[in-house]
Design a protein around this ligand. Sequence first.
Ligand code: PHE
Length: 350
Amino acid sequence: MSEPEPLQELETIAEASASGIAQAGSTEALEQQRVHWLGRKSRLMEMMKLIPQLAPEERGLFGKRANEIKRAIESQLADRRVAVGGVSQAAAYDRTLPGQSFSQGSVHPLTQTQDRILEIFTAMGFEVADGPEMEYEYYNFDGLNIPADHPSRESFDTFFVDLPSPEPKKGKLLLRSHTSPVQVRVMESRKPPVRIVVPGRVYRRDALDPGHSFMFHQVEGLLVDDKTSFADLKGILNLFLRSLFGPDTQTRFRPHFFPFTEPSAEIDIASTLGSDGGSSFARKRWVEIMGCGVVHPNVLRKVGYDPNKVQGFAFGMGVERIAMLRNGVKDIRAFFENDLRFLEQFQGGK
Ligand code: PHE
C-alpha cells in the first residue's frame, strides 16, 4: 500500500476530526480529542512540521489547507465545549484580557455655559430665538438707532461681506457684530408681548489675544410688555447672575451708553477669580459681565410698536467671558483650538 498523498491525508483528518469531536460527550472526551488532533504528536502537527521539506509548488497549497483545518478543529472544539456544558459561552472568552476603552465625547465648555444661561432664562418664561450670522446693515445698525454717521458704529469693528446685497434697501451685507439685530427681526415679525433669549455667534475685527477673538458668542435678551420698568430688569438680571454664579454674588449696575437703550447700564460682578490665583491676598475685583438697558423708543417705533403703550428692556452678554470666569480659563483661544487635553476637563460639566 502506497503512502496517501499529503493533501488527501489532510482531508481525511478534517473529516475524521469533525466526527470525532461531534461525538465527544464530555469535557474529558473533548480534551482527548484535542490532544489527538492538535497535540504535539498528532498527525496534523507532524505533517505541518514537514512543510519546509515539501516541493515549493506544493508548499503553498498544503500549508494553507493545513492551517484552515487546524483552525476548523479549534473552533469545533470550542463550540462543542459549550455544547457539552463544560463552559458557559462567557467563559469561552478570556476575561483577563484588558478591555478596549472608547474615548467619550463631551459637551463643549462654551455650549455648557450657553445651555446653562438659556436654562435659567427659559425657567423664567423666556423663549429661545435665533437669527442669521450674515446680516443686513439695517438690522445690525439702523434698526437699533445707530444711523450711518453715528460714532458708535466704529466701536463695532465690523466685517463687511463682499457680495451684492439682495435687498439694497436694507443696506450692505455684514457679519453681525452683536446679537441685538435679532431683537429687531423678532419685533418686526410679531406683536408684543415678547420675551426672548438669543444665543449666537458674532464677529468683530479684533486681533487674537488672550482676551479677544474675531468670533465669539453672545446671548441676547429682550422683554417687551405693557408694563415693564428698570426695576424689573434689575430684578431679573440679579436673579440670573445669582443663579449662574452663586447666591452670594455681588452685582453693580454702572451707567453706560448704548444707542438702542435708554437708560443703559453695564453690569459688573465682584470676582476674586483670576485676580491673583485665589491666594489669601485675592482682592475683590469688579468684572464687566453684560450690557443692558430700557429699549429706546426709536427702536420700538421702527418696528411699529407704540412706545406709549409698550416698553421693554434688553440685555446682552458674552458667553466666552462667562465661561472663562466660571471655569478659571485665562485664554479665550483655548475654546477654539480643539485641544482634547483642554476639552476633556469639562466632561460631565454644566
Ligand atoms: N449689543 C450690545 C453689545 O454687543 C450689548 C447689549 C445688548 C446692550 C442689549 C444693551 C442691550 O455690546
